[in-house]
Design a binder for this molecule. Sequence first.
Ligand SMILES: C[S@@+](CC[C@H](N)C(=O)[O-])C[C@H]1O[C@@H](n2cnc3c(N)ncnc32)[C@H](O)[C@@H]1O
Length: 433
Amino acid sequence: MVTAKPEVELTVSRIVAGGAGMAELDGRKVFVPLTAPGERVRARLVLSKRDYAVARLQEVLEPSPHRRAPRCPLFGRCGGCQFQHLVPDEQLRVKREMVADALRRIGRLDLPVAPVLPAPDEWHYRNKTQYAVGIDRGPRVGFFVTGTHRIVPAEPCFLHPARFDAARRACADWLCGAAAQAYREHDHTGNLRHLALRTDGRRTIALVATRTRRISVELVERLAATPGVDAIVQNVNPEPGNRIFGPETRPILGEPGLEYELAGRRLRVSPTAFFQVNTAQAETIVALVRERLGDRRWTRIADLYCGVGAFALAVSDLAEQVTGVESSPVAVADARRNAELAGAGNAEFTEGDAAFLPADIGPADAVILDPPRKGVSRELIATLGAARPDRIVYVSCDPATLARDLALLGKTGYRAGDVQPVDMFPQTAQSSP
Ligand SMILES: C[S@@+](CC[C@H](N)C(=O)[O-])C[C@H]1O[C@@H](n2cnc3c(N)ncnc32)[C@H](O)[C@@H]1O
């Protein structure tokens, strides 16, 4: 006999990391996605643990005044967006609270958190999209359904440029007649793993990620015939697992690079190198980094986790020397070329692990940190504690690891200043691409 999961009535107090609303039931926390602070809801418990539970929203009994109708028909199913049901100002308020909460709870830090700087565009702001490819009752090209590896063919998507939709459709149409080519995660067979699309606003490249070096001529022809696709690049990832890109990237058709303009400088970006996904907000962050370095003239600024050199080059006029450290050889090659393009003779870039700064690049009096989500390594915290640069500007894509790292830096003697959140991803609870 199947017993129905119990329904409960809850009052949502706030939104937590990940985007779900939080309520209390008999002293236990209950997380209910797609709700808003202050709302009274009816929800069905779908997971029940000793100290918390997860519930699925059934009905909003007393809606928040900040609730609105989501734009996308797949909202709530597709894992891409969590906040389309909240008006923009409420999204910003919630995000500020999420940052302050992480700082307090994880870092035990009561820091001033400024209001979140909104993105100029609420929709269609992404310059990059990655579609998963797989079999889900037939071949599919799309986004993962929330919390699963099932694939929903999300189209149109309101977060990326409209022209990406046509390239997804071309790939999906081809896959309908070539189902055997769809990657199957469970036994690591099939060839096509992902389709990534990137644009610099002028040109768009389709990055076809495959398991082997083979690539279907018909797929290439279909993508090439899609309006708005300027180049096709293949990336080969023979390893099982969730990593999207492997070590080998090769051009298939057209000129593979992208070129962004940031802080008045041209930045060349290779197909698999990191670049901020919200181009407009990248400008905002660069301006903040410059502001935080202030008017002082620095001897050496170290830009750790520097990618293609976006920050290093944007601040190269503030120091005698700027040195970027980055682990991706492709990004380092881009950064060196970008320094040449910018005529920044005082900028150098080292390939390696950012943890080993003084040993590899010499002392710096200012350091910019922009690590991936997992934050800064313990080794680098210790290195910074010993090297004692006068100022550290920390750009973070995860409030939880930021809070942890600020607390650890605090133990080495640094005092955290204020925190300025920037909304990189409207409609989502995500803080990294
Ligand atoms: C969030 S991105 C920041 C890139 C750059 N600051 C920007 O805004 O364009 C993080 C970068 O760190 C690099 N990375 C990851 N682990 C690293 C490590 N241990 N040492 C150096 N770089 C690393 C990644 O390849 C990526 O380019």
